[in-house]
Design a protein around this ligand. Structure first.
Ligand code: ARG
Length: 574
């Protein structure tokens, strides 16, 4: 709503003597009250006056000063209402002019945001947490980019750690017993699970595994390195195939191993800050002094035998990211079960006196559960959930829906993939990220609920109206719009105008659900509007039809734009 909020803020600044940048407009609680609201509390406090009195005075001062905008006091607020024809002309004009760039801004110009997302572990298929991290992270990348930030997506692959000692020994012993050709990811998982069991019960296996990991960490070339490298390649091939299906990529794929040469310098840096201690032979940083609740959980940085840990590698990665990017924000899109880990990392930075510690944010999220909040399982593999299986499952189900509803659809396999994937992605982004997500194929594919397919369907419906208008050579196509007929579409227009604010807020809070909920509300309002006989779009008189067609075009454009940001395709037909 910048086109309107800017002149309103300027007028308020003039009337109050407070600078416009310090003043804020809100959305009125009830849209009937107005399109924008100014809370008078701050000004009232400064003037030592009652907020309602200030509101009344400001409304009187501003009335008649803003062309096409009326100011009315309601309690402690001044509400502004924009005349509908003006609102329609300005908002539709801007949406059409900006096209795909609508909603973007330059707030991020010259600034970098680092987003660590997906980050699966070698030798295992992506688990549920990685699925959510991938979807949420990719949406955050697009949102931040829309605001002009340089965004560096980093895949922090779990390719290092003591578990690889066990895996190497398992490969030595059982490589020939598993099928690593046909389904390498599952073959590796099999070996990984066998190694986990052997580590528990087999003394000799354990000793060999410890030696193998020490050999790996030594950096020497040889059998151990080669096996580890091979496992990494096989796994990465699997992950990359999945990313390709999701059309997701990272600017940097830097596994934990990438930071190997930076580990000792990182430890030296922490030691030089004078905050390390030796506790039972291990190197730790205690955190109780900065946060009482971390008193019992110091950050462990080096084991007695000299090997490093997940936290050591993350700390080295943080130093390197800060030095390389001087980031505005560094986001870690990682499940809620790692809260402690990120609090510890931030705790170490705080104790070191790094003033950029506040820029590091753990973007946590809830679980992905099956129907009835049970542990989710796949048809093919039961307990082990493979993202590709889920993708297959939703695409097949989407194809079945299309076959039932629109069997003649051109490109129906492509559309089925888009609808299936759209359902899966939207379901993950629909609610606040910290909430758990229920994955129920039938529900997320419904064209009527709060789903991705519902939004895609609404978008396709608007596309179909526009196709028909073009095919009929509708008289409205070349006419000058009579914007006053959009009196009935005030809420839609205000919503279209708010799009950029929603994108900004979703990015700032790392909360794509704000955009999801916005799109659902917009789609509902637009569907109701086009269904009403008062708003006949096709075949109405030139100027009326022109304004209505413009609203349809703009609504379709913003819906498509928002869906794209979330990672949901917006087919023209379905
Ligand atoms: N690989 C880790 C896991 O699966 C997630 C890594 C997240 N990123 C990070 N920098 N710690 O649990």
């Amino acid at each position: 709503m910048q086109i309107f909020s800017e002149p309103i803020l300027a007028a308020l600044a003039g009337a109050t003597g407070v600078s416009a940048s310090a003043l804020k407009l809100e959305r009125p609680r009830d849209p009937k009250l107005g399109d924008l609201a100014f809370p008078c509390f701050l000004v009232a406090k400064e003037r030592k006056a009652a907020p309602p009195a200030v509101a009344a005075e400001l409304a009187a001062t501003l009335s008649g000063k803003l062309p096409g905008i009326t100011a009315t006091a309601a309690g402690p607020y001044v509400n502004f209402r924009i005349e509908r024809a003006l609102l329609a002309r300005e908002i539709c004009g801007q949406v059409e002019r900006d096209g795909a760039a609508y909603g973007s801004s330059s707030e991020g110009a010259g600034k970098t945001i680092v987003i660590d997302f997906s980050s699966p572990n070698i030798a295992k298929p992506m688990h549920i947490g990685h699925i959510r991290s991938t979807i949420l992270g990719a949406a955050l990348v697009r949102l931040c980019r829309k605001l002009g930030y340089k965004v560096v997506g980093i895949n922090h692959i779990g390719d290092w750690g003591a578990q690889f000692g066990g895996l190497v020994v398992a490969l030595r012993r059982w490589k020939s017993e598993v099928d690593l050709e046909r389904d390498p990811v599952m073959g590796l998982l099999d070996l990984y699970q066998r190694s986990k069991a052997a580590l528990k019960d087999d003394e000799a296996f354990r000793a060999e595994a410890v030696a193998a990991y020490q050999e790996l960490e030594s950096g020497r070339e040889g059998e151990v390195r080669e096996l580890w490298r091979w496992v990494t390649e096989v796994s990465m091939r699997g992950f990359n195939a999945t990313y390709a299906r999701l059309a997701i990529s990272h600017e940097l794929v830097r596994g934990e191993s990438w930071y190997e040469p930076l580990l000792m310098p990182a430890l030296e840096r922490v030691k030089a800050a004078g905050i390390t201690e030796i506790s039972q032979g291990a190197l730790v940083v205690t955190l109780g002094e900065i946060d009482k609740s971390l008193k019992e959980t110091p950050c462990l940085l080096q084991q007695t035998n000299g090997t490093t840990l997940y936290a050591t590698r993350d700390l080295a990665a943080l130093f390197s990211r800060w030095e390389e990017f001087q980031f505005e924000r560094c986001l870690y899109v990682v499940g809620g079960e790692q809260k402690l880990h990120f609090r510890q990392l931030k705790g170490v930075l705080k104790r070191m006196g790094c003033d950029w510690e506040a820029r590091v944010e753990h973007i946590d999220f809830g679980l992905l559960l099956g129907p009835g909040k049970k542990k989710i399982a796949s048809r093919k593999r039961g307990e082990v959930l493979v993202l590709d299986d889920l993708l297959d499952e939703v695409s097949e189900a989407a194809l079945a829906v299309i076959d039932a509803k629109n069997p003649e659809l051109a490109n129906k396999h492509k559309v089925a993939d888009e609808v299936g994937l759209g359902a899966l992605v939207f379901n993950d982004l629909k609610r606040e990220r910290v909430k758990d997500v229920i994955f129920d194929t039938a529900e997320i594919l419904s064209f009527e609920g709060d789903t991705g397919p519902y939004l895609q369907y609404t978008h396709a419906r608007l596309a179909s109206i526009l196709r028909k208008a073009a095919a009929n050579k509708d008289a409205a196509l070349g006419a000058q719009p009579d914007w006053s007929v959009l009196e009935t579409a005030g809420e839609i227009l205000v919503a279209l105008g708010r799009y950029g604010d929603v994108v900004r807020s979703a990015a700032a809070k790392a909360e794509p659900s704000e955009l999801s909920q916005y799109l659902l509300a917009l789609a509902r309002d637009v569907s109701t509007w086009v269904s009403s006989s008062d708003n006949r779009v096709l075949g109405s008189a030139g100027p009326d039809g022109a304004a209505r067609l413009a609203l349809v075009r703009c609504s379709k454009s913003v819906l498509g734009n928002g869906l794209q940001l979330l990672g949901v395709a917006a087919p023209e037909e379905m």
